[in-house]
Design a binder for this molecule. Structure first.
Ligand code: SF4
Ligand code: SF4
Length: 441
């Protein structure tokens, strides 16, 4: 049975479980926004159906580990599009994640040894310790750069093992890592504020260029940047995988690191991580030692697009770029954080860029953490749909604000003959524009 209150803290202690589920009045307004519903047109593959299923489990009319229930809890992308449009204020993510965690717990005793090992390595190792992530990244870099990858791809072994798609989705490891070592990056003039930069787990080894660009753009906005060494993974993937207790430990580590830093804000350039960081207040609300600290922390978290838009860049510093840009709304920026205008304003501020809105820009691309590994069929359907929408506006650049979206769209464009279309973070484009502004005319 699902008891959202017993569960790790996503629902306020004074709210009875029945209120949580009954807040859904079954109006169906969320259905057109739900990626899995619009792809399948099946009621149980939409938010309304999933809420009804969770309620049935909570009322012991349906078994927690029944295959249909487990499938629906896994097929949901946790994209939160339903939450953003719900007139009743159903906080869908806060009932989905408890459901997933309880499935994980119920499945633990019957999990095979290799599944247990894989979870331990992934969740406890790679996402728990940045050193493990760097060791894995170095091995992957060797594979990608040594010629071994071409050999393995040609051998057919990936196809035989069913790993072809997973291998193709692996991010290109950065030439140099962005390791948190207590760096300080000062702007040329007196700083207007100090930002703690969250370097990320995958980000610091596979998107290090985004972190470097973020530092330069923040400095151009007059912001000092600090990168304390005692930070860690935000816990988003750990929480989405149903490992809530581990997620809470990761949250405590980041809160303590921020408190020690004396920074004014905690800045992040990955939408999924930012969403998790902004929800630490909920995650730790039932921990007396951490609840207030978590709320204070979350109030200081800013997505980099939100913060640069707020601080402003000197318009004369921005030089012209050439290109046609379409912006992909990352779910955890648009729906979970409700940030849609700032990244668009930043792009519009860059001279020379033509902006073209694609249809369904806020419909999930199918990335969603490790979704394209756990639900490859639906992930590929959504990837194709997204790429079709991109190609309709014939851009030269797709801009986004999340590494998962960037990987998913890059992979989808490569498959669809769109290899010539660049995929970039909004901050990279701002950084390029600042560099163009520094060049002599
Ligand atoms: S919009 Fe909200 S109230 Fe309406 S069906 Fe969806 S979750 Fe329920
Ligand atoms: S979180 Fe996304 S995929 Fe899941 S039910 Fe809501 S809209 Fe659908």
């Amino acid at each position: 049975m699902i008891d959202p209150q017993a569960h790790l803290g996503f629902v306020a202690p004074d709210v009875p479980p029945s209120d949580v589920f009954d807040r859904c009045v079954r109006c169906g307004l969320c259905l057109p926004t739900c990626p899995t519903y619009v792809e399948t047109l099946v009621e149980t593959s939409g938010p309304r159906g999933r809420i009804a299923l969770i309620k049935a489990v909570a009322e012991e009319r349906l078994d927690l580990t029944s295959p249909g229930f487990v499938h629906q809890m896994s097929e949901c992308l946790d994209c939160r599009a339903c939450e953003a449009v719900c007139p009743s204020g159903v906080e869908y993510g806060k009932i989905l994640e408890p459901a997933r965690t309880q499935i994980v717990r119920a499945q633990a005793p019957v999990r095979t040894w290799w599944a247990r090992l894989a979870r331990a390595v992934l969740i406890g190792g790679l996402f728990g310790k940045l050193g493990w992530m760097r060791a894995a990244a170095r091995a992957l870099k060797l594979y990608q750069r040594s010629g071994l990858r071409d050999l393995v791809r040609r051998s057919g072994i990936l196809r035989a093992l069913g790993l072809q798609d997973v291998e193709a989705m692996a991010p290109r490891i950065s030439d140099r890592f962005f390791i948190p070592r207590g760096q300080h990056f000062a702007p040329s003039a007196q700083p207007r504020a100090t930002a703690f930069l969250h370097a990320g787990c995958i980000m610091h080894v596979a998107f290090a260029e985004w972190n470097e660009a973020t530092v330069r753009v923040l400095n151009a906005a007059g912001v000092e940047v600090v990168v304390p060494r005692d930070q860690g993974c935000c816990g988003a993937i750990t929480i989405h995988a149903g490992e809530m207790p581990r997620g809470r430990e990761l949250a405590k580590r980041n809160i303590a690191a921020f408190e020690r830093s004396d920074a004014d804000v905690y800045v992040i350039n990955a939408a999924g991580c930012g969403s998790a960081l902004k929800e630490y207040g909920h995650l730790l609300h039932d921990d007396p030692a951490w609840a207030d600290r978590a709320i204070a922390f979350s109030a200081k978290v800013r997505d980099v697009t939100e913060y640069v838009d707020e601080m402003g860049l000197p318009p004369e510093a921005l030089g012209p770029l050439r290109g046609i840009v379409t912006y992909q709304d990352a779910c955890h920026l648009a729906h979970a954080q409700r940030i849609t205008a700032p990244p668009r304003r930043l792009l519009e501020a860059i001279p020379g860029l033509e902006i073209r809105e694609m249809a369904e820009s806020s419909l999930c691309c199918g990335s969603a953490g490790i979704y394209n590994v756990t639900q490859p069929e639906m992930a590929q359907r959504l990837q194709r749909r997204k790429v079709d929408r991109v190609l309709e506006v014939a851009p030269t650049i797709v801009a986004t604000a999340n590494p998962g979206c960037a990987l998913q769209i890059r992979n989808g464009l490569d498959r669809a003959g769109g290899a010539g279309i660049a995929v970039k973070h909004v901050i990279e484009l701002l950084d390029e524009s600042l560099a163009a502004g520094r060049r002599p005319a």
